[in-house]
Design a protein around this ligand. Structure first.
Ligand code: CNA
Length: 245
């Protein structure tokens, strides 16, 4: 076992409060491409034309095409060993919460219980006029943008660029970040704010930052103390072995 795993295991064992921040990378091994990679959705749908709330208000039917394609990416996916490793760490009492930018529900499916969805969830929809929320099935494609009985536009409950982070997610994650002395940062590119701020805030407050990614990021160059290099479906189970061994 290399030193990085021993060090990370040691940090987790001695942590008063460890939390994880996850991004699209943890779900890549479940078959869901991240947005920025070569198979990512930004290749077909440039974010400035499809991922802002302004773009949605200008042409909702056009943006629903992206949601339906995303629904195909997300449909039928199962948690992978990376998701399960985080659930296991929570079960062992070594991880208090997962703050995820993902919208795919896979942490919950893996058994994680304290999951904060920073960018919403693709299984829910919300009416922009009356606020009514409900389940969403993205497999039922339509040519027109769905409307609520109140006449308002319906949107998947996914945070778009230009929208606020849901206040409850913001508050709960701020609390966990303030409380944590170890932060595990998994599969996120450090590009999307304010989520990308969380490791910086934790570090400023004295937390040890453990990062797991297939490549280095801005976090690696600034706040990361321990870097676990490789796919999280391999590195996180290895970390669990190190911590429980
Ligand atoms: P991103 O910007 O696409 O970055 C992904 C990161 O994951 C990169 O740093 C990669 O190097 C890394 N990575 C890729 N594969 C692996 C792997 N196997 N193991 C570990 N790391 C890996 O994604 P972010 O999450 O940083 O960006 C935030 C956006 C992307 C959020 O708004 C998400 O909603 C959105 N997103 C979510 C999903 C999902 O729910 N599964 C999928 C795609 C995008």
């Amino acid at each position: 076992m290399s030193d990085a795993y021993q060090e990370a295991a040691e940090a987790l064992r001695h942590a008063r409060c460890a939390v994880a921040v996850t991004g699209a990378g943890i779900s890549v091994e479940s078959g869901i491409p991240d947005f920025r990679g070569p198979a990512g959705i930004w290749q077909k749908y440039p974010p400035e034309d499809f991922a802002t709330i302004g773009a949605f208000m200008r042409d909702p039917a056009k943006v629903w095409n992206l949601w339906y394609d995303l629904g195909q990416d997300l449909g039928g996916r199962q948690p992978n060993p990376g998701h399960r490793a985080l659930a296991r760490l929570e079960g062992l009492g070594l991880l208090k919460a997962v703050i995820t930018q993902n919208i795919d529900n896979l942490h919950q499916a893996a058994g994680s219980r304290e999951v904060i969805e920073y960018h919403g969830n693709a299984r829910r929809q919300v009416c922009l006029q009356c606020g009514q929320a409900g389940p969403l099935d993205l497999s039922k494609r339509s040519d027109t943008a769905p409307r609520c009985p109140c006449g308002g536009l319906i949107k998947p409950d996914i945070v778009m660029f230009g929208e606020l982070i849901p206040p409850e997610a913001l508050e709960r994650s701020a609390q966990w970040v303030a409380d944590c002395d170890v932060m595990l940062v998994v599969g996120t590119s450090a590009q999307v704010f304010p989520a990308a701020q969380l490791p910086y805030t934790a570090k400023e407050a004295g937390a040890v930052v453990i990062e797991a990614n297939v490549e280095t990021t801005d976090f690696t160059r600034t706040v990361t103390d321990i870097f676990l290099h490789g796919p999280s479906g391999t590195t996180l189970p290895r970390l669990v072995d190190a911590v429980s061994g």
